[in-house]
Write a protein that binds this ligand. Structure first.
Ligand SMILES: [Zn+2]
Length: 187
């Protein structure tokens, strides 16, 4: 009888110990994930962002709205255009790569950037042929070619045929959807 009571007491003690362990283990893990993620992955502002993975990212708008800063969302997902001469890169110089601010896809190299008087960052070619995709845009009574990110479909800007050689193209982009990363040793 005494032995049976001992086992019952042992069982109850084990249950309480297990609950105490899981309670203390689960909650701090979740807390530390939230607080340390940005520090550990400086270029990963959200789980779908990658500078190495080039596979397509297809997400509902509700997710983009949650994970992107408002200024990026307005251009990338709403197709808005920033006011000319206001973006951070229209007259930006320096050797490096311009990445999609929405998903991290490499878009343009600085050596394809030229000093355009239009007030938006302008390039004569993308870093890879499929870094961007092209779409007919008939808005505002104009016929234009919209340029989207080849990975996430973010609206980047428009393509015009009045650029410099060697391509004659002008990729007229919004700074808000670009992230510049200087080459190593160029900071
Ligand atoms: Zn993108």
């Amino acid at each position: 009888m005494k032995r049976a009571l001992f086992f019952v007491a042992l069982f109850i003690a084990a249950v309480f110990a297990f609950r105490a362990i899981t309670r203390t283990a689960v909650i701090p893990t979740a807390m530390s994930m939230i607080s340390t993620t940005p520090a550990v992955r400086p270029y990963a502002p959200h789980p779908y962002y990658s500078r190495t993975d080039t596979s397509r990212v297809v997400l509902p708008d509700s997710v983009w709205k949650r994970v992107l800063p408002e200024v990026v969302y307005d251009v990338a997902r709403q197709g808005n255009t920033e006011r000319q001469f206001t973006g951070k890169y229209w007259n930006h110089d320096g050797n490096g790569t311009y990445f999609c601010a929405a998903c991290g896809n490499a878009l343009f190299r600085s050596d394809a950037k030229f000093a355009a008087s239009c007030g938006w960052p302008s390039f004569f070619e993308p870093v890879r042929r499929n870094s961007v995709t092209y779409h007919s845009d008939f808005s505002y009574g104009m016929v234009r070619t919209e340029v989207q990110c080849g990975r996430c479909g973010a609206h980047l800007g428009h393509l015009f045929e009045d650029g410099p050689q060697p391509t004659g193209k002008r990729y007229c982009m919004n700074s808000a959807v670009l992230d510049f990363e200087p080459d190593t040793g160029q900071r």
